[in-house]
Design a protein around this ligand. Structure first.
Ligand code: GGG
Length: 348
């Protein structure tokens, strides 16, 4: 029986994860679940955002269903103890380097999209974001300059093997879709991006059936809004992918609609909504659980070998949305649990 580690985390994480769990339970399949603390709540109760028992559970699980981390009460802590270090630590410790972030506008959500109506329905893309390198993991600190001023630094780096393995995920993902891959970088300014581009071009020889294009990240941010239909699969680094996927989420109606899968190539994966802990609405039943529910669907497809069950969940979310179910982020009034009910009512 597959073991699912439930790491609900902070803020709205437990609320949305609970709805994903209800939907999984309704499928009538056999899973075993184990829960552990992560993020700010883990720091407060156990002294570390990623306690050893949580990491140990994550390592032996078949898949991790993750909520969100982030807690304003931890703002003054040194960086290694901040809640966000839990998700970075899990990605590094488990080698989870490929973060797939699909952004699609569900039918019925056209009004919620931040895009102009004539282009809104065209958004249907996957962002493949690298999550083991870049400025998130490079040497960093605050030092004193010769002039006596404090200077912060975060080193951006990728080696060619790291670029090759994420680019390969990009090409392979494109092969499951429309065979168009756009690699996003800042190669006109950054050395890291020049290497990135060279490596992606070299790898493209293995994928003659995939159309490869390149775009600077600033242009990509603009093109995403101007003409989202030009994108099929985007492959990019950790920082650019983090930013562009939040932007893409508003094109798809709400950050509450975007799920993600982070994979390490072994079959194991971590599944989480792309949104954070949203402390401003935590505990109020206002959060949209769709991204968490859709993350559970990605888990069934990518880690648990249950694509039909994944299809059932995705179809149920689509039907609930088409039927008018809306949480406040989508302009509606449903509570988190009521949105979960609306999805459950559609599970066939
Ligand atoms: N569920 C996503 C989440 O908790 N995000 C908080 C965060 O700090 N994420 C950092 C990242 O995605 O790189």
């Amino acid at each position: 029986m597959p073991l699912i580690a439930i790491l609900a985390g902070d803020g709205i994480g437990p609320e949305v994860t609970a709805q994903a769990r209800r939907v999984l339970d309704a499928l009538g399949l056999d899973f075993s679940y184990q829960e552990a603390l992560v993020g700010g709540v883990a720091y407060h109760q156990l002294g570390h955002p990623l306690p050893p028992a949580t990491l140990e559970l994550a390592k032996r699980s078949d898949a991790i269903l993750f909520g969100a981390v982030g807690d304003p009460s931890c703002d003054g802590l040194e960086r290694s103890l901040r809640p966000e270090q839990a998700i970075l630590g899990l990605r590094k410790e488990l080698g989870l380097f490929a973060n797939l972030r699909p952004a699609t506008l569900f039918k019925g959500l056209e009004d919620a999209s931040a895009l102009r109506p004539e282009v809104a329905s065209a958004i249907d893309l996957v962002i493949v974001r690298e999550t083991n390198g870049d400025v998130y993991f490079g040497d960093k600190g605050i030092r004193t300059t010769a002039a006596g001023r404090r200077e912060g630094y975060d080193i951006m780096s990728y080696d060619e093997d790291e670029v090759t393995r994420i680019a390969r995920v990009g090409f392979e993902t494109a092969r499951t879709r429309q065979r168009r891959l756009c690699s996003i970088d800042k190669a006109n300014v950054l050395e890291t991006s020049q290497l990135w581009r060279d490596v992606v071009i070299a790898l493209s020889a293995d994928y003659p059936d995939v159309e490869l294009t390149h775009m600077y990240v600033d242009n990509a941010a603009m093109q995403l809004v101007r003409n989202p239909g030009q994108f099929d699969v985007i492959v990019t680094g950790n920082l650019f992918g983090d930013i562009l996927s939040d932007q893409a989420s508003m094109c798809a109606g709400s950050i509450g609609m975007l799920p993600s899968a982070t994979l390490n190539g072994s079959g194991q994966g971590l599944y989480e909504p792309i949104h954070g802990s949203a402390p401003d609405i935590a505990g109020q039943g206002k959060a949209n659980p769709c991204a968490a529910i859709l993350s559970a669907a990605m888990m069934l497809r990518h880690s648990l070998g249950m694509p039909e069950a994944a299809d059932r969940i995705e179809a149920a979310v689509a039907a609930a949305i088409l039927g008018g179910a809306r949480t406040p982020d989508l302009g509606g009034t449903l509570s988190t649990a009521a949105m979960g009910d609306a999805v459950l009512a559609q599970i066939g």
